[in-house]
Write a new protein. Structure first.
Length: 97
């Protein structure tokens, strides 16, 4: 697979995964359960409601996946994680307009 195409797909997947967790209707019961369990002001509740926070974790999974399936060195894991997270946030901002 072309590395550029693979990275674009992973960036889009990171954006979609982040949106799924943070704001989609289907995961609302999960977010509500977290809120009930940990309270409104907890860091865990903030984590599942904040696209910036959630995109780091989703981007991390995507970056590990990228290093496994694409010819990318593990040295790129952290920069790739941050880039995928930022791409998710940018895509979310563009779609909210």
């Amino acid at each position: 697979m072309n590395i550029v195409l693979g990275l674009i797909i992973l960036a889009l997947a990171t954006a979609r995964g982040t949106t799924l967790i943070v704001s989609d209707y289907i995961t609302e019961p999960f977010r509500t359960a977290v809120q009930r369990r940990f309270g409104d002001d907890s860091k865990v509740t903030y984590l599942v409601n904040c696209p910036y926070c959630t995109s780091i974790w989703v981007g991390g999974v995507a970056a590990v996946f990228a290093c496994l399936i694409l010819p990318i060195s593990w040295w790129w894991l952290l920069p790739l994680l941050l880039a995928l997270s930022q791409a998710a946030v940018v895509f979310a901002a563009l779609l909210d307009r």
